[in-house]
Design a protein around this ligand. Structure first.
Ligand code: ATP
Ligand code: MG
Length: 553
């Protein structure tokens, strides 16, 4: 039986709201700004918002928070939609804050009419200087007492395009001595003669985040607007706008953003890595983006499990990336088909196997499923094994191949090493072995028991593939704590390409999106760079945590 999980603090709030009758249903939203691709931090927010609605029978909107015309692009909108679907969630409605521009403009007019907003001709420097400091009150703008009529006329002229960028703003009239700096007459609208990805050139004034977000929530009747902790100081302004506009009372709740070791989750910095070609693109398999981890072979199930395990925190913390890798392995172990691939080949000639003979052996794709499918593998007189699966002078308890020692070839025969052939540099170039014909896997009548099992490929039938091995993108555990340029901490070893390794022929049929366990080598998937002529596989993860820290279940 599944363990009864205690409620997180947002679930507690929701359950209370449903119990008290404050809400009869809940509505959440996921509000990305389309200025980059989604990352694992967004996945946390997606799982939380969509998860709550699923749990409590509500709905979740996908709302593009596209109020900043300069950085936003349609390409990102499409990417984000694909990523949310891939994670396994379906939104109730696809909405755009930019669709609310006419309504937001009217809201601003309402505030002006109530004497709660004014047009200010101060420069941004002057406005900053008026703000004061956390310990000192600000000072009123000389334009603060304009009449409602003048403000309405000026605001309409701003909208009509009569003024250049930066020459005027609309500000809320609250209190320049407010203890919350954000309440000191915040800017609500600014002039920006810029092309917007959806509204084109219709608008040259754009609402600020604080004037767009809460009102968009309210328009959609979002009950619980969940965001990250840096928005705590904004909550007062969020409520001020909604209360003074007397519109649907959406309410904001904050949780700790997801930070993970050895990576970094800021679209701005990730964009810099892309633009400066430190990575191959947003979907570079080392990136913490959803398109990156997808290309790497992470599964949505593993990411959802990870988000579930880390829970919803009220304080900022740093999550060990090993926990995500653990969830990935746990899922892939169940779904990955097994294949044999030799990374560092050492030739083995089976001297008592008839020359010219080949046979077809079978091996299970999913060893944990006793009725699972089988695949065929050609076997012959010459094979390759992993160089590290042989030791000329074996250490104690070495159960793999050694002179005079026997080992089982996975799904094939037991072989014994009879002779070592070396090249002129003294390097082992070939092993001469004999096999036990009665020891065939599945039909072993030899009576011989060996402890070691190694993987192999047929020398006559293997296919060459490229594999790409990935490691952590940064070599510092807490990237949030570095005070110099984050690019100084890129891990130079984060990508290792092995241009030719030897794979069993079945891998030629690998399809995009399939997951494989290359026996003893890790989990792999076909890379998007692969072509029919050149197979390229990404290592999704090693089989075990190579970074030693124990992950508690
Ligand atoms: P970035 O700093 O990477 O640009 P952002 O917060 O500006 O992130 P948005 O597109 O505005 O990105 O975020 C959409 C939603 O995802 C917001 O509700 C935001 O709070 C949430 N979110 C973003 N990053 C994280 C994170 N690391 N952990 C949890 N939620 C996050
Ligand atoms: Mg943002």
């Amino acid at each position: 039986m599944a363990e009864e999980k205690s409620l997180n603090f947002i679930e507690e709030i929701i359950e209370n709201d449903l119990k008290s009758g404050k809400h009869t249903h809940i509505a959440t939203r996921f509000p990305p700004e389309p200025n980059g691709y989604l990352h694992l931090g967004h996945a946390k927010s997606i799982c939380l918002n969509f998860g709550l609605a699923l749990k409590y029978g509500g709905k979740t909107n996908l709302r593009f928070d596209d109020t900043n015309p300069v950085t936003e692009e349609t390409e990102y909108v499409e990417g984000i939609k694909g990523d949310v679907k891939w994670l396994g969630f379906q939104w109730a409605e696809e909405l755009y804050a930019s669709d609310y521009f006419p309504q937001l403009f009217e809201f601003a007019v309402t505030l002006i009419k109530k004497g709660l907003a004014y047009v200010d001709d101060s420069t941004s420097e002057e406005i900053a200087a008026q703000k004061g400091t956390p310990t000192q009150p600000g000072i009123n703008s000389p334009f603060r007492n304009r009449s409602v009529e003048e403000n309405l006329a000026l605001f309409n002229d701003m909208k009509a395009g009569k003024y250049p960028d930066g020459s005027k703003v609309l500000r809320a009239k609250i209190d320049m001595a407010h203890t919350n700096m954000l309440m000191r007459d915040p800017v609500l609208y600014r002039i920006k003669h810029a092309h917007h990805h959806r509204t084109g050139d219709t608008w040259c004034i754009y609402p600020m985040y604080d004037f767009a977000h809460g009102q968009s929530d309210s328009i959609e009747k979002i009950t619980h607007s969940i965001c990250t902790l840096e928005f705590v100081p904004h909550r007062e302004l969020y409520n001020w706008c909604i209360d003074n506009l007397e519109i649907y009372p959406s309410r904001q709740y904050e949780f700790a953003r997801l930070n993970m070791t050895y990576t970094m989750m800021s679209k701005r910095k990730l964009l810099q890595l892309v633009n400066e070609k430190h990575v191959s693109g947003w979907d570079d398999p080392r990136m913490p983006t959803l398109c990156g981890v997808r290309r790497r072979g992470y599964t949505p199930e593993a990411i959802r499990e990870f988000c579930d395990r880390i829970g919803v925190a009220k304080r900022d913390n740093l999550i060990d990336i090993s926990l995500l890798e653990f969830c990935v392995r746990e899922h892939l172990n169940k779904i990955a088909a097994r294949r044999m691939v030799v990374f560092d080949p050492l030739k083995v000639v089976i001297t008592n196997y008839p020359e010219g003979k080949t046979e077809t052996l079978t091996s299970e794709n999913y060893p944990e499923d006793p009725n699972g499918s089988l695949r065929e593998m050609p076997f012959g007189r010459e094979i390759y094994i992993e160089r590290e699966d042989f030791m000329e002078v074996p250490i104690k308890k070495y159960f793999r191949l050694a002179p005079g020692q026997m080992v089982r070839l996975k799904s094939a025969y037991i072989i014994k090493c009879d002779e070592i052939i070396k090249d002129t540099h003294g390097k082992i170039s070939e092993l001469r072995c004999s096999y036990i014909p009665e020891s065939r896997s599945g039909n072993d009548t030899s009576g011989i028991h060996v402890k070691g099992v190694i993987h192999w490929v047929s020398a006559a039938a293997f296919i060459p593939i490229e594999v790409r091995l990935y490691d952590r993108l940064f070599n510092v555990e807490d990237m949030g704590a570095v005070d110099d340029d984050f690019r100084n901490h890129l891990n130079p070893e984060s990508l290792k390409v092995l241009p030719t390794v030897y794979a069993e022929p079945e891998l030629a049929h690998a399809k995009p999106g399939e997951h494989f366990q290359f026996l003893r080598m890790g989990y792999f998937c076909l890379d998007t760079d692969a072509t029919t002529g050149k197979l390229i596989f990404n290592r999704t993860s090693t089989l075990r945590d190579m970074w030693a820290k124990e992950v508690k279940k």
